[in-house]
Design a protein around this ligand. Sequence first.
Ligand SMILES: CC(C)(COP(=O)(O)OP(=O)(O)OC[C@H]1O[C@@H](n2cnc3c(N)ncnc32)[C@H](O)[C@@H]1OP(=O)(O)O)[C@@H](O)C(=O)NCCC(=O)NCCS
Length: 391
Amino acid sequence: MKECVFIDGIRTANARAHKEKGWFKNVRPDQLLETLYKAMFERNPKVKPEMIEGSFIGAANLSGMQNDIGRASWLAAGLPESIPTQSVCNQCPSGMSATMNAARAIMTGEVDIMLSGGVEDMEKVPMGYAMDMSPNLMKRYNVGDLGMGMTAEKVADIYNVSVDDMIEFAVYSNEMAKKARDEGKFANEIIPVKGHKEDGTEFDVIHDQWIRESTDPVAMKAMKTPFKENGKISAALSSPLTAGAALLLLMSRDKADELGLSYTYKYKFGAQAGNDPTVMGIGPIFSTKILFEKTGLTPDDIGAVELNEAFASQSLVCVRELKLDNPKPPFTKVNTWGGAIALGHPLGESGARVLVTLLNRMKTDYPDAKYGLATLCGGFGNSNAVVIEKV
Ligand SMILES: CC(C)(COP(=O)(O)OP(=O)(O)OC[C@H]1O[C@@H](n2cnc3c(N)ncnc32)[C@H](O)[C@@H]1OP(=O)(O)O)[C@@H](O)C(=O)NCCC(=O)NCCS
């Protein structure tokens, strides 16, 4: 088997998906990807578009402006028609699945140079847009139990996660994200995109819009619980509606050496798991356990973890059940630059975004760590986990 190394990882900032307040309200999701393609080739001048052997792009909803967005955005960017592209969908893990598919193709020797990534604009293509659920699926499950918010409520109930613990987790996510932003930690991964403020002013979007300047636990506790009357999960304990894109450049180690490109990490292993969709948020427990079993790695071997924060309840349960870190913040390994509650979660983008941030975070803050883990859950009970290794 060949080795697959990460040459680069970039993303747009994550903006609020909102008709008036969203900084990308006038930018289409395919344009976000176009910006990243161009930036990737500018940052890596030794890699020409004609050299790419495939681009796999994840999106959780491949309809409307995101219909076959992997192909549409490539052609719209004026890139060579001869390069094959593929849009990949398995809900939130889509961007990670796209990257796993690309890495596996390189490792088998079928190809040498691939792009992978993810994109979603949850305002222009809202969650569940054009969905027509199978009647047999609705016979098997109560459709109300499959809504993401309801699954987060159920996880909080089953595992007895307190509202106070979830608030502490969400406050930590915001504080870490704000600190990382203010220290310029995201500068290497965020590519500026022209956006608009609520008053129409145009500006370069270089920061994630959802990061809160301050968080007040008392106000958070008083927020309504939109998914369930007298429930536990509020907007403050959920990943918010978001727009954004992420892109990675992967290469066989041989090809990278031949081109004289530098790299620090390689793709070691990826695992996927299915689980009960009514508690979809605990999916990373299953995919990460498979990954640990098959690689022989243990949580102690992992230096840094990016765990996508779909909701505070499922995030805390995954950290605790997998023993990835302390049972509560502050953490030493998990999401120390914040997570999706603060950074946003553009569904199909996030699986690629956590890998981009993991690569950047390990290089910056954990230079001695050998392994890094990225994992996330997905609607209908799909989860992915990937471990990267320092070369
Ligand atoms: C929770 C949810 C329903 C809220 O949506 P919404 O009612 O349309 O509300 P918005 O997201 O527009 O806004 C939430 C409000 O709460 C506020 N809020 C969020 N966190 C807060 C905090 N910590 N303290 C105070 N206010 C907070 C926001 O600022 C916003 O208010 P504003 O418009 O005045 O700025 C929506 O974000 C959601 O569905 N999230 C989950 C998405 C999902 O399922 N993803 C997939 C996971 S697998």
